[in-house]
Design a binder for this molecule. Structure first.
Ligand code: PEP
Length: 255
């Protein structure tokens, strides 16, 4: 049994990215509710596109599934065409928000500085932030994995405060494993997760390090989730492609 088991309830989170119309999202969520009705001691979250948040919020209320968003803007409101604020997410029914996903860093100019501002806004609004960090394949080959992670963690989390009501979730998502079918090996995952937990301990102290859930993300599938979840410092998964089909995602949730 994991020494930390009682402290950290596993979280299995689905990132639907830019997939599904509102009607499709509603149908997927409805099917998932039925499939995970028997699951105990696992927190489940789905993050549909913004346009489906309200419709999914309605269908998952009174279910075991929580709602998350894939991004937010740090300002409370303002002339920021195309952006969505933390309070808008809360009013749409969100409890979680994914911040700093590598696709946003890669394609939409997300930086550690904007990640930091978004984390601050999410915490202020009472959302649970899921901070994504991870190295590219080249950075791993050049043995820069840990320095990249240090920078993402230090700059992203600088001067933020967390407590029992403002817990942090970190997702380790090696960029080279996202949507590629390549999963990091169990040894690689455990090595990085332990490193991240020690980093949190140095930055915030032992209590937060023990309470912080560190998810793995990168081509998680029903056939690799059991092995990943058995690792001592893996507290859940952030799942992209395999979260789009309710039967497949349900198998992952039943790890
Ligand atoms: C993700 O988008 O966070 C992700 C991990 O994607 P995939 O599971 O498809 O690799």
């Amino acid at each position: 049994m994991k020494e930390s088991e009682n402290l950290r309830i596993p979280l299995i989170a689905g990132n639907w990215k830019m997939f599904k119309t509102a009607a499709e999202a509603r149908e997927t969520a409805a099917q998932l509710i039925q499939l995970v009705d028997d699951v105990k001691n696992v927190e489940i979250m789905i993050a549909p596109p913004f346009t489906s948040l309200s419709v999914v919020a309605e269908i998952i209320q009174n279910s075991r599934i929580g709602l998350g968003a894939q991004n937010l803007h740090w300002a409370k409101e303002g002339a920021f065409t195309g952006e969505i604020s933390a309070s808008m997410l809360v009013s749409a029914g969100c409890e979680y928000v994914i911040i700093g996903h590598s696709e946003r860093r890669q394609y939409f100019g997300e930086t550690d500085e904007t990640v930091h501002q978004k984390l601050h806004a999410a915490i202020q609004a009472g959302l649970i932030p899921i901070l994504c960090v991870g190295e590219t394949g080249t950075q791993r080959d050049e043995k820069k994995t840990f320095s990249v992670l240090d920078k993402q963690m230090e700059n992203g989390l600088e001067k933020l405060t967390f407590d029992a009501y403002h817990l942090l979730v970190v997702a380790y998502e090696p960029v080279w494993a996202i949507g590629t079918g390549k999963t990091a090996s169990p040894d690689q995952v455990q090595e990085v997760h332990l490193y991240l937990r020690r980093h949190i301990e140095k930055q915030f102290g032992e209590a937060l390090a023990k309470a912080t859930r560190i998810l793995y993300g990168g081509s998680v599938k029903p056939n690799n989730i059991t092995e990943l979840m058995a690792l001592p410092d893996v507290d859940g998964a952030l799942v992209g492609g395999a979260s789009l089909q309710p039967d497949v995602f349900s198998k992952i949730i039943h790890f």
